[in-house]
Design a protein around this ligand. Sequence first.
Ligand SMILES: [Zn+2]
Length: 114
Amino acid sequence: MKEYDDARNVLSTLLEELNSRLDNIIHDVRHDQSPLEKDFAEQATQNENNEVIDHLGNSARAEIDQIKLAIANIDSGHYGICEACAEPISKERLAAIPYTCQCIKCASQAGPKR
Ligand SMILES: [Zn+2]
């Protein structure tokens, strides 16, 4: 698994960045909120903020999950294998998207909705 040491380092760094970004998203929005939430306008603003947190937080969390999975796959020796067709994922694709779990063929077949 030595050949994926670099990828593992990149993924670990990405994971740290995403975790701190997620913390910042949550912290920033909460920080802007007034401690008094009785006012209706305040509540509406807060709900909007919560939606922003949800949206940004969810995409960050989804990415974090993918990265964690990729690191787990490196450790278990399954990294770089397409989860859909079990063919090796090209080195170029892994270099571009180190946390991908599908080869370019399956990823493009899956379409933009996935
Ligand atoms: Zn595939």
